[in-house]
Write a protein that binds this ligand. Structure first.
Ligand code: NAD
Ligand code: UFG
Length: 346
């Protein structure tokens, strides 16, 4: 298929480009580089033999979308582009609605103009909110507690409405749990611009000596060791879920919602210990009070994705920590000092 990938230069998008090209899809990236650098695409190209074009532009720009649609003629869109910082979303709610909801609307409107009828959307487990039961299945009530989560849920509703109005259309909504890890080549990975908000990149920066200690946000939760439990998923497994979702979208109509997680959960202390084993160093920690808005535990029931799309996660916790460490230690400053565009053997 010909696949337009919005936000393709980002963390999850870049890994997905590699998996899509490995399966023979032709890809085109649209990214405004708000949270990425074009150097990512040089590395993706060096890791793949596939066909990739790219445009610098904003998903809210209808004229730019029309240009990309007319030139590239996608069969499907994988829509990653968005803002993702939960804390920031409370400070900048209008920006989050504008990009995450307005951007999704603009993409669907451009797809309508171009006659493109298939979309895969990046949603989040954060749409569920405080668990009524765990593991969450896709029928769990959705009561997001952050503006970020509310924008993802609003976009889900728009996508569902679009498929109801267009019986020949398909929207696959993927609710990601906690993506971590990096490509096995150690050439692409997560490269947060400022202080990492998320656990794994923060631990990696402590391990490399950029930060003194991890602050554990609360050790008084009702969990086995008192720290928060999450369902961490390797980013390559997550990338492959998009390939499976495209295959699924090609043979179905309507909206489908799928949890994308492993079904296993680990605590903050589990993650610290596993990372310490991967890098062979102690990770200094200090315990502080709970972070506002955090919940004690999250875990996916990912059986719907397995049954309907034939997708299941295969990477272990060790794969997640080892690949993060390989990426972090080979690229202590992320993509910042990128000069090397040489071909890498995948
Ligand atoms: P990321 O920030 O690395 O990637 C997003 C990409 O979109 C970036 O390359 C950014 O430059 C681009 N972008 C942002 N605004 C844009 C705009 N207006 N027009 C064009 N491009 C724009 O984030 P990621 O971790 O790769 O996440 C991808 C998607 O998955 C996001 O929609 C995010 O909300 C969702 N998601 C992420 C997580 C996570 O923990 N990483 C969890 C659940 C859902
Ligand atoms: N944590 C710490 N210290 C840190 C960072 C995190 O103790 O410096 C803890 C958190 O309290 C939580 C766990 O590590 O218990 C994971 O926190 P993350 O910030 O890595 O991830 P969240 O579960 O809070 O949220 C992430 C993304 C959301 C997404 C959600 C989906 O940030 O965008 O996963 O499950 F919606």
């Amino acid at each position: 298929m010909r696949v337009l990938v919005t936000g393709g230069a980002g963390y999850i998008g870049s890994h997905t480009l590699i998996e899509l090209m490995a399966q023979g899809h032709a890809v085109c990236v649209l990214d405004n580089y708000k949270n990425a650098t074009p150097a990512v695409l040089q590395r993706v190209r060096a890791l793949s033999n596939g066909t990739m074009t790219d445009y610098a532009g904003d998903v809210r720009d209808g004229a730019m979308l029309d240009k990309v649609m007319t030139t590239f003629k996608p069969d499907a869109v994988v829509h990653f582009a968005g803002l993702k910082a939960v804390g920031e979303s409370a400070e900048k709610p209008l920006d989050y609605y504008d990009v995450n909801v307005g951007g999704t609307l603009a993409v669907l409107q451009a797809m309508d103009r171009a006659g493109c009828r298939r979309i895969i959307f990046s949603s989040s487990a954060t749409v569920y909110g405080e668990p009524v039961y765990l593991p969450y299945d896709e029928d769990h009530p959705t009561r997001p507690t952050s503006v970020y989560g509310q924008t993802k849920l609003a976009a889900e509703h728009i996508l569902t409405g679009w498929t109801k109005a267009n019986p020949d259309a398909a929207a696959v909504i993927l609710r990601y749990f906690n993506p971590v890890g990096a490509h096995h080549s150690a050439r692409i990975g997560e490269d947060p611009r400022d202080t990492p908000n998320n656990l794994m990149p923060f631990i990696a920066q402590v391990a490399i000596g950029k930060r003194d200690a991890l602050t554990i946000f609360g050790d008084d939760y009702d969990t086995p060791d008192g720290t928060g439990l999450r369902d961490y998923i390797h980013v390559v497994d997550l990338a492959r879920a998009h390939v499976a979702a495209l295959d699924y979208a090609a043979r179905t109509n309507g909206a489908g919602i799928f949890n994308i997680g492993t079904g296993q959960s680990y605590s903050v202390r589990d993650m610290v210990s596993a990372f310490s084993r991967a890098c062979g160093r102690d990770i200094a920690v200090k315990v502080a009070s709970r972070r506002a808005g955090d919940i004690a535990a999250m875990q996916a029931d990912a059986s719907r994705a397995r049954h309907a799309m034939g997708w299941t996660a295969t990477h272990t916790l060790e794969d997640m920590t080892a690949s993060t460490w390989a990426w972090q230690s080979a690229n202590p400053n992320g993509y910042q000092t990128e000069t090397d565009t040489s071909k890498i053997t995948p």
